[in-house]
Design a protein around this ligand. Structure first.
Ligand code: SAH
Length: 381
């Protein structure tokens, strides 16, 4: 009989096996942190102190936590703030107003986040999974498949880290305070439901429990997992829902967003309207404009009929190029006609800017693969 090794001896495979990260304070609410600190033999109020550093002052270096006794600083920070994200690379464009960060997670998985500065606000686009299992053929993340779900703290830490970058004044011409978070990075947020909802709770809880963002400034973007949309509507949260529709008819949507084979356009829109009714929030309908694929005038008219009179806003996204994709963005005149028809149908419509295209940081371009060289050099373009 041959005995097979239980653990792969291939060094490459060994280093890359995905596993969940160590526990971090952002995984817990304040009472959970207090219980943990007590278990560690420290007074419960230390939980609030460390939380204030992390969420309130955006400080994670124990040396700077001078209100903690020197002897316990290292240990508490080690227990409550283990390193989750190691920056591998940072790329900037738009004169520094757009920055893409590539992170290595504790198990070697790679994820990306994007920081975008505007005159009146600062937005971070964060990832909820390493990779994605939804397999949309025009999205770079979808091509590689799912590696694993991110933990709550891995999700939150992307926003906290980039809030610190913004606070340092790195985004010139923008306010220093992070104001908006969009779950439009890698992954399908509603496929990692409980961790994403916990992450939202941390993002909106006032400091020191959380980052103190407004619920209305958080957007969760989904391919349309109907039961999860309904569940999200039942949470006491009123975050903005973005639905990646991309086609108004099942025949095409079955191809562009394969999960449509499970939940059809009519079902996903029903869930979206129920979400809007429950939360009072306008649903954002995302539609990537793909040349000769979904940009025909009749599809604009059909979309207009589906959305007319609903609490909805259409966000057209010029298709961003992804490696190996056979598709192009629609020509501008075609895009303008599409907008005109939607507006004629009474549907509020805007065209999204293509922030971050040059650094592959725009929608659908986050792949975190191939060009990583494994060191921690920070290359700033
Ligand atoms: N899985 C979620 C969130 C991540 S994608 C979702 O699909 O909604 C964020 C948005 O970028 C989605 O609307 C997605 O469909 C869109 N997108 C993906 N690839 C794109 C591309 N190549 N060009 C333009 N938009 C793209």
């Amino acid at each position: 009989m041959t005995s097979l090794p239980l653990i792969s001896v291939d060094p490459d495979a060994r280093g890359r096996r995905p596993s969940m990260p160590p526990r971090h304070l952002a995984d817990l609410d304040l009472s959970g942190r207090q219980a943990l600190v007590t278990e560690l033999g420290e007074p419960a109020f230390r939980a609030k102190q460390v939380s204030s550093h992390y969420f309130g002052r955006l400080v994670r270096d124990p040396e700077r936590m001078t209100d903690l006794p020197a002897a316990t600083r290292e240990r508490l920070a080690g227990e409550l703030l283990p390193t989750l994200l190691t920056p591998v690379r940072e790329l900037a464009c738009d004169d520094g107003a757009t920055r893409k960060a590539l992170w290595r997670l504790h198990d070697g998985s790679l994820v990306e986040s994007v920081l975008m500065g505007y005159p009146d606000r600062v937005t971070v686009c964060i990832s909820s999974q390493a990779g994605c299992g939804m397999a949309c053929p025009f999205c770079a993340t979808g091509q590689a498949g799912l590696t694993r779900n991110l933990s709550t703290a891995e999700i939150v830490d992307q926003a906290v880290y980039l809030a610190g970058v913004a606070a340092s004044g790195a985004v010139s011409g923008s306010p220093p305070r992070l104001s908006h978070v969009v779950f439009m990075g890698m992954g399908e947020p509603l496929a990692n439901y409980s961790r994403v909802v916990a992450a939202i709770r941390r993002l909106v809880a006032p400091a020191p429990e959380g980052l103190g963002l407004s619920q209305r400034h958080i957007t969760v973007s989904t391919v349309g997992l109907v039961p999860a949309i309904r569940r999200l509507a039942s949470e006491d949260l009123s975050v903005t829902l973005a639905l990646s529709l991309h086609a108004p008819d099942d025949e095409l949507r079955d191809e562009l967003v394969p999960v449509n084979q499970r939940w059809k356009v009519s079902e996903v829109l029903d869930a979206a309207w129920d979400y809007a009714a429950t939360t009072g929030r306008r649903v954002s309908i995302e539609y990537a404009m793909i040349k000769d694929v979904n940009d025909q005038p009749w599809r604009a008219d059909l979309l207009g009929r589906l959305l007319a009179g609903k609490l909805a806003h259409v966000n057209l996204i010029p298709l961003n190029p992804t490696p190996g994709s056979r598709w192009d963005a629609s020509p501008k005149p075609v895009e303008r006609e599409f907008v005109r028809r939607l507006r004629d149908a009474g549907v509020s419509t805007t065209v999204r800017d293509t922030r971050g295209r040059e650094i592959d940081g725009a929608c659908g371009q986050l792949a975190a693969a191939g060009d990583t060289d494994g060191d921690s050099r920070a290359a700033t373009a």
